[in-house]
Structure formats: structure tokens, C-alpha cells
Design a protein around this ligand. Structure first.
Ligand code: F6P
Length: 392
């Protein structure tokens, strides 16, 4: 009897831990007596031209701690099943038919799709079309519902925390305000966790409204305490006080708009209001590169082996998830339809507030009289925001 053959692909923006998933799946498949092929550049490798490599224990040796993905990845490309967060875009029926042919020709009995919400939305449409797929949740933003953690998140937080540690010493030496912009499109998990871990004084996230007054009051309070330096952590997707996000370019068709620049807006406003030396640092894709942390290796490896288990149990259309201490699964549809965002009244935010971290929109802070003169000029503030709200 011929061996069962399964496929795996990595799709969307990369993150640390993708190779650990691949290795975990290949090893578990070998134990279960299955062959594995890896499709190249995400869904693109499935059709026209079909591109894949047979994966085995030999060619996946030594990849556990390697960043990126040995299979390559494509963000959207021809396989875009969503516009923005959740508006459905139907996949081209010809493309779907082509994928079906590939499955038949290569005798693929199950495909592991590793990706974030957009990529899993593609897997969902494959499932509806009758293709045997299972999902593995990936994103540094940790914003997929139905799993306590996505792999990549812990590594991104470790990177941002390391940056804060380094900014801390130079900020203290020069009595400066340091603004660190981190990733986090719809959710502020990276900013919140790194802010707590790295001793941030101000954390600005998309889920909690804030004002420049909040930020500057905190800096002044620290000054009075004799701490003449402040660390501000801001998520790239944090909303400006007057609304709107800071973007790098206009949205291309089928693509999400590129975020970035809010750190500069915040730094410039602090500097002009307080006349204090302020610097901004944008961490960017450093957060997505490099080796996964121990936690992400363990999580990703177990996701890989559990995905193989789902295939052997024929639980197609499901995504593996982590519900500590167990690994479980949920319908992919459930996972892609709801973003997991920071609860403004959740435990991490409450702890941060009890530590004195300013997150904005806090009654005790907004009623304070510590506002310096320029801060009262709301119109001026809005003008500054206006300038930057366009593409920077
Ligand atoms: O979704 C993960 C993420 O890293 C976001 O935090 C960020 O906005 C986006 O991807 C960046 O994508 P790209 O690498 O395509 O610029």
C-alpha cells in the first residue's frame, strides 16, 4: 500500500517559528507513516506553475531555530480571500479548479495551511470547495481569536523588550524621551506586553483612546519624581487622538494599507509641547526576523504535530489552537471571523495601570491639573495630527 501524502505551505507575512512548524509536521508525519511535500511561496506554489519540494527529516534538520520559512511565503498574491479585516473576496473559480487538479495529481490527502487571518480565510474557501485542509494560526500580532497565543508573538515581544532595555540606558544617560514604535495593526498586544516587560512608562494601543495630554502629563509626573527620562511604546495601529491611523502609502487593490509613522507624530508633539529632547525608533521588521524564542519553538512544534493529527483524524476545515494547557482545534471559520484584541479592562491593562503606566483614557489622569499651557491648545494639537495623518 502506498504511503499517505500530505502537503504544507506557509502564507502571509513571515514570523519566527514557521520552520519549527514545518519540522514538527514532518517529524510527526514520519512517525505516522506519511510523506510530506512543501509548496513554495505559500498558495502560489499550488498552481500555475506548481512548485513544491519533498520534505523529509534530512532536509528539515537544523531548521528549528531558524527564522523565516524555508518554503518562502506570499502575502495575498493571486490568493486573496479578504479585503481589509473581514470583507470576503471570492477566490477565482479557475484558480480553485487548478488547486484541485494539483491535489489529485500529487495525491495530496491533506494540506496544512500556516497563516494569519487573511491566509486562513483562503484555507476556509478551499474547505468550502471540498479540499482537505487544516489550519495553523500564525502572526506576531497575536490577534487571531480561538487561540490563546499565535507563534511569533513571543519572539516579537522579546525583540521589542530588548529594544526597550537598550533605549532605557541611553534615555537615562541623556535625560531624553524615547518613543518606540512597534508592530500591531489592529491589536496592541506587542506594545502592551513589551511595555510591561521592558519598563515602558506610556503605552499607546489601538484599543484604548489616548490624548497627547495623557502622554505629556506622565512625562511631567516622572520629571517631578526625579526621573527625567521616559519610555513611550506605541503600536503602529494606535489611533490618533482625533481618529485615524498613520499610514505609509495608499492601499493597493486587495492589499492592506502599510502602517507606520505614528512614533514620529508622537515624538514631534512631545518635543514641541515640552521642549524636551525626544527621539523615535521604529522597530519594524526586526520583530519578524531572527530565531524564535523557546516558547515559540515549543508552541510552533506542537502546532505542527497537532496539524498532522487533525489530518490523520480527517478533521478538515479545522485549525489547531492552544487553550492552555491543552492543544485543541476549532473550525477555521470561527478563527478568522473575530479578531482578538486587547480588552481595555482586562488583566494586563489593569496591571499596567496599577504600575503607574499611562495608557490614556484614564479618569484619574484626565482630571489632573498638571497640564502645561500649550497642552490646552487642542486646535494646535489637531493641526499637528492633521499634517501627519496623510501619508508619511
Ligand atoms: O500582520 C503582521 C504584521 O507584521 C503587522 O503587524 C504589520 O502591519 C504587517 O504585518 C506588515 O506587513 P508587511 O511585511 O507586508 O509590510
Amino acid at each position: 500500500m502506498s504511503k499517505k501524502r500530505i502537503g504544507i505551505l506557509t502564507s502571509g507575512g513571515d514570523c519566527p517559528g514557521l520552520n519549527a512548524v514545518i519540522r514538527g509536521a514532518v517529524k510527526s508525519a514520519a512517525t505516522a507513516g506519511m510523506d510530506v511535500v512543501g509548496f513554495i511561496k505559500g498558495y502560489e506554489g499550488l498552481v500555475d506553475p506548481v512548485q513544491y519540494i519533498p520534505l523529509n527529516q534530512k532536509n528539515t534538520t537544523g531548521i528549528l531555530n531558524r527564522g523565516g520559512t524555508i518554503l518562502g511565503s506570499t502575502n495575498k498574491g493571486r490568493f486573496a480571500a479578504t479585503v481589509g479585516v473581514s470583507d470576503r473576496l471570492e477566490l477565482d473559480p479557475e484558480l480553485l479548479a487548478g488547486v484541485k487538479t494539483t491535489f489529485e495529481q500529487l495525491s495530496i490527502e491533506g494540506l496544512i495551511c500556516v497563516g494569519g487571518d487573511g491566509s486562513l480565510a483562503v484555507a476556509q474557501q478551499f474547505h468550502e470547495y471540498g479540499l482537505p485542509v487544516v489550519g495553523v494560526p500564525k502572526t506576531i500580532d497575536n490577534d487571531l481569536s480561538a487561540t490563546a497565543f499565535t507563534f511569533g508573538f513571543d519572539s516579537a515581544v522579546a525583540c521589542a523588550t530588548d529594544a526597550l532595555d537598550r533605549l532605557h540606558t541611553t534615555a537615562a544617560s541623556h535625560e531624553r524621551i524615547m518613543v518606540l514604535e512597534v508592530m500591531g495593526r489592529h491589536a496592541g498586544w506587542i506594545a502592551l506586553y513589551a511595555g510591561i516587560a521592558g519598563g515602558g512608562d506610556v503605552i499607546l494601543i489601538p484599543e484604548i483612546p489616548w490624548t497627547f495630554d495623557d502622554v505629556c502629563q506622565k512625562i511631567l509626573r516622572r520629571d517631578r519624581e526625579g526621573k527625567r527620562f521616559t519610555l513611550v511604546v506605541v503600536a503602529e495601529g494606535a489611533h490618533l487622538p482625533k481618529g485615524g491611523m498613520v499610514t505609509k502609502d495608499r492601499r493597493e487593490e486587495d492589499r492592506q494599507v502599510r502602517l507606520g509613522g505614528i512614533g514620529a507624530v508622537v515624538a514631534s508633539e512631545i518635543e514641541s509641547r515640552l521642549q524636551r529632547d525626544t527621539r523615535v525608533m521604529v522597530l519594524g521588521h526586526l520583530q519578524r526576523g531572527g530565531p524564535p524564542t523557546t516558547f515559540d519553538r515549543v508552541l510552533a512544534t506542537q502546532f505542527g504535530s497537532n496539524a498532522v493529527r487533525l489530518i490523520s483524524e480527517k478533521r478538515f476545515g479545522e485549525m489547531v489552537c492552544y487553550s492552555p494547557p491543552a492543544f485543541d482545534s476549532v473550525p477555521i471559520l470561527e478563527a478568522v471571523n473575530v479578531l482578538r484584541r486587547v480588552d481595555p479592562n482586562g488583566p494586563a491593562v489593569q496591571s499596567a495601570r496599577s504600575l503607574g503606566i499611562s495608557l490614556g483614557a484614564h479618569p484619574e489622569q484626565t482630571t489632573s491639573n498638571e497640564i502645561y499651557s500649550a497642552a490646552n491648545d487642542t486646535a494646535e494639537l489637531e493641526n499637528v495630527a492633521d499634517e501627519f495623518e496623510a501619508v508619511v
